[in-house]
Design a protein around this ligand. Structure first.
Ligand code: PRX
Length: 635
């Protein structure tokens, strides 16, 4: 018997030991007993860290949608698979059963085929959190098309660059989206993006806000009439375990976003297995992850992981503050949510509003609380524990990344004793290592270093779309035979991990991963700007906010700085999206640089955080005088 469901701490240790002593045998048992395959693998795992090549369940054949849908039809056909809670609380929630979801996915898959989408084609999905988003993701998987979901808060420039990077043939979008009391013209953003995307052949448009939009003859098609006519059965394409399932872009510290490629077999096994254990999901539970499917959390823990377990997964279209700050708790009460998974930034924003918004609602259904996306600070952890969990629901602080596909370091609720701000212990099969500056592994406890993983796991990304070299350089070159996460971590006296944050130039703002380079590129496009540097600084709700140091071309020029700030933020909104806007912009005569010309961000970070007494030695800089100038002119 495999150990699919871990219920005790002792069992965790036993299973963990088994999983690292003989990973192949361990994952083979899990894969064999809990999933359906059309053909078994010839080899469980082959890998070569030096080439950054990893294969799990090689030669196996399957379709992930048969695991997420078809196999539940006999036993759970009438169970709610997706529970859609609309933006407007007055609008009725929609319960989509496994049978209905299967039918809607098949119909959608047939529409894709009718529009010429074949196995291996890339389809971009730019949709709000409405059922069509999950359905279109699964429809792609049904026919072997590769989905590339773009978060519907990204700008037209970000959309077109992602479309072109992966050579997508089709975009799926909607006439618009609701966001609290606002509507957003998604189709308008797509139209703008498509001015520059020669590969796009068709656009499918779901109706959501019923606005008047432009439909380009021969290119754009309303989805609903096509679905109405589509046949309700669609054979699942036979896929190889190592075929790509999806591409998802994440920011890097340099250059353009990285299209992380996840493949089918290992991703399925790992997301399903982590979901079952990290949330201790049981048959009648109602699980809710508040993330957007535009991020990895939504892919793995709204769609694939829950559905592979036959779970009921809530999809929420709206925002935590609409119609008021009690909305999350209203939904928990209304649908009797049992597992609730959110981000520290949301917890901090809600905590700030006071307890009365929480106290109004009956949260007694909750059993497990989750946190993801950034380090959770102690205050937020306790607020969550006391006000939401009433000190009886364990908090699982789950550390993982777009690249890891699934949760990597986490408590197992009711087993692992939790500790505020600690993600605690590695999940089954995960072998973390802390590395020092010289590339040596730091052994023992009460140590701090750079977090690596020293053995492959099934859900790891396999490459960066179209750029394997970058994949290798970014993740496998810093340390031999290890995956480098980009995060720092400490290990306490009992071996619990606490993630301390990024050690590269990625900044996590409200749980969103933002690379400094693309933002600086956007700022530098402004005709008045000569150079810029972005750093993060502590923010009580967002975790980090962005601080931009900008030098202007003509220092003598007396342009209105407030106008310039607005123009710079508009450029960032246009090129990336509003999530990357700067909270502070300081105009400066220069940026502190090393003698080789590299910007010393460490110093800028300290100034932004108001830790001027901790600047360290600045005398070796090329231009030490600039530091004082910056300090004197902090806004
Ligand atoms: O720095 C870590 C932080 O988020 C990064 C990954 O971001 P992304 O790929 O967007 O995926 C987010 C959702 C899985 C990590 O490198 N991070 C994520 N979870 C945690 C975290 N930092 C601390 N604690 C966490 N629980």
């Amino acid at each position: 018997m495999s150990n699919y469901h871990i219920k005790q701490f002792e069992e965790y240790f036993q299973v963990y030991r088994k999983s690292v002593r003989n990973p192949e045998q361990f994952w083979e048992e899990i894969a064999e007993e809990h999933f359906i395959w059309k053909k078994k693998w010839s080899n469980v795992l082959s890998y070569d860290f030096s080439k950054a090549e990893f294969k799990w369940f090689e030669d196996a054949k399957l379709n992930i949608t048969e695991n997420c849908l078809d196999r539940h039809l006999h036993t759970k056909g009438d169970k709610t698979a997706l529970l859609f809670e609309p933006n407007n609380p007055e609008e009725e929630a929609e319960h989509i059963t496994y049978r209905q979801l299967h039918e809607r996915v098949c119909k959608f898959a047939n529409v894709l085929k009718d529009k010429g989408i074949k196995k291996g084609d890339v389809v971009c999905i730019y949709l709000p959190m409405i059922p069509e988003l999950a359905i279109s993701v699964l429809a792609c998987a049904r026919i072997g098309a590769i989905h590339s979901v773009i978060f519907a808060g990204f700008s037209s420039t970000a959309v077109s660059s992602r479309i072109n990077d992966c050579n997508a043939k089709m975009v799926i979008t909607s006439d618009g989206s609701y966001r609290g009391s606002k509507t957003i013209d998604l189709k308008g953003i797509v139209d703008e993006a498509l001015k520059d995307t020669p590969g796009i052949e068709s656009v499918l448009v779901a109706k959501r806000i019923h606005s008047e939009i432009n439909m380009e003859e021969g290119r754009d098609f309303w989805l609903e009439p096509l679905l109405e006519e589509a046949y309700a059965d669609c054979a699942a394409e036979v896929m190889d375990a190592e075929d790509p399932l999806f591409i998802l872009y994440t920011s890097g510290s340099t250059g353009k976003p990285k299209g992380m490629v996840h493949t089918i077999g290992g991703y399925m096994v790992y997301t399903a297995y982590t979901f079952k254990n990290v949330f201790q999901y049981r048959d009648n539970d109602v699980y809710w992850c508040t993330a957007d499917i535009g991020w990895i959390t939504g892919h793995s823990y709204i769609v694939y992981g829950p559905l592979a377990n036959g779970a009921t997964s809530v999809m929420f279209e709206g925002v935590p503050s609409y119609p008021d700050y009690g909305r999350f708790w209203d939904i928990v009460e209304k649908h009797k949510v049992t597992q609730f998974y959110t981000a520290p930034t949301a917890i901090r924003a809600l905590a700030k509003q006071g307890a009365e918004f929480v106290e109004k609602y009956d949260l007694s259904s909750l059993k497990v609380l989750g946190s993801v996306g950034e380090p959770i600070n102690e205050e937020a952890w306790h607020w969550y524990d006391e006000n939401v969990g009433k000190k009886k629901s364990p908090i699982v602080d789950t550390w993982w990344q777009t690249e890891t596909g699934g949760i990597m370091i986490t408590p197992i609720p009711f087993s692992t004793p939790t500790k505020p701000t600690y993600a605690t212990l590695p999940f089954i099969g995960i072998q973390p290592a802390l590395m020092d500056e010289n590339g040596e592994e730091i052994k023992g406890n009460q140590v701090e270093g750079r977090l690596c993983i020293k053995f492959p796991w099934p859900a790891m990304a396999r490459t960066i779309w179209g750029n394997h070299q970058r994949y290798k350089d970014t993740y496998f070159s810093a340390y031999d035979n290890k995956y480098f996460t980009g995060d720092g971590a400490l290990r306490d006296e009992v071996g619990y991990y606490r993630i301390t944050g990024r050690v590269d130039d990625v900044i996590i703002v409200s749980g969103h991963n933002l690379g400094t380079a693309p933002i600086e590129d956007a700022i530098n496009e402004h005709p008045a700007v000569s150079e810029s540097a972005i750093v993060g600084f502590p923010h009580d709700i967002k975790g980090n906010a962005l601080y931009g140091y900008v030098t202007l071309k003509d220092v003598g020029e007396s342009r209105n700085h407030d106008n310039l700030r607005m123009e710079i933020n508009q450029l960032i909104t246009d090129r990336i999206g509003p999530i990357a806007k700067l909270d502070k912009v300081q105009f400066t005569e220069g940026l502190p640089k090393t003698r080789s010309g590299k910007i010393m961000r460490r110093i800028l970070r300290k100034i932004a955080a108001n830790e001027i007494d901790q600047l360290g030695d600045t005398s070796t800089l090329l231009n030490p005088e600039v530091v004082q100038h910056i300090i004197d002119n902090v806004k």
